[in-house]
Design a protein around this ligand. Sequence first.
Ligand code: PHE
Length: 374
Amino acid sequence: MDSRLRGNDECGVAVTIENQDALSEIASAATLAELEAIRVRMLGKSGTITALLKTLGGMTPEQRQAEGPKIHALREAVTQAIADRKATLEGAALEARLATEKLDMSLPVSVGMQGSVHPVAQVMDELAEIFADLGFAVATGPEIEDDWHNFTALNIPETHPARAMHDTFYFPDAEDGRKMLLRTHTSPVQIRTMMTEKPPIRIIAPGRTYRSDSDATHTPMFHQVEGLVIDRGIHMGHLKWTLETFVKAFFERDDIVLRLRPSFFPFTEPSAEVDVGFTWEKGRRVIGGDPTAANGGWMEILGSGMVHSRVIANCGLDPDEWQGFAFGCGIDRLAMLKYGMDDLRAFFDGDLRWLKHYGFAALDVPTLSGGVGA
Ligand code: PHE
């Protein structure tokens, strides 16, 4: 490229630009403001290069063919040089700012009041994590239920004595006549999941439940976790393995034995209550160890069974094709057993001293022993 370009002065515009001069002027711009002034002077509306471009209009086709590429190349080169210089100047400006604006990270921060994670929330997180490793999703449902989802669909018809086992809080009937209540267990989430999702289903449903009951081990509001598996060919062996794997991961011990005792729930058949072995260690009852030893025993921790074929049919699934198991467990009780509290009512008193003592730091990583199967 010629280092000197001269516009067509026959059409009245005479502009001469020394190519190298332009580029070195750009390269030596000391500030962004200076660079911007150069840009306006060369490429702005009445800039020198803009003027050169305008001369193309008055040229003969031959002249234009000869001059056009040069003028465009000049504009390209100047535009690029300005962009390069701009990047360099901006980088230098940032460097300079970083050098002066130092942040002293070693200064101690004043820590005000800090909250903590409630043991129930902590245990819910641990449950979700353990069951996620086994392929279970977390499902939720409403706490204000109708009696169809809470009872009828679960094979507890209106006159069934099992309804009396649950001290239910009722609301006035809904406008469409449905009997409304505070759910007495998390089992209605089974129903809602089976009605909206196609098997195979693997869920846990942790959440609040309500019964009119209050003493050292019962509060009117408490927490349960429901487990549900629906697939082809599911049997009690799957249930037992799942519960064993869960209990060992949750209590972080491998020497836990389970005992399944025949029981009754209207929504499972057969049904089993599940006991875990415990031993007294240093004056504390600890899950694990030999329940038949002198310092050992059994403790019931959950209800379970194979989902009743009538429940599966109530949800619109064919019980000849789909089987499954379910279990239900008190979360508060799990927390008491794992972290050593003995009065359930204190869980919900909101006493800051209790929360400080039993709460978990918000950034604590759940203390699972490497998860299931580790
Ligand atoms: N819903 C039962 C209860 O609250 C627990 C349970 C759930 C039992 C699932 C068996 C299967 O008592």
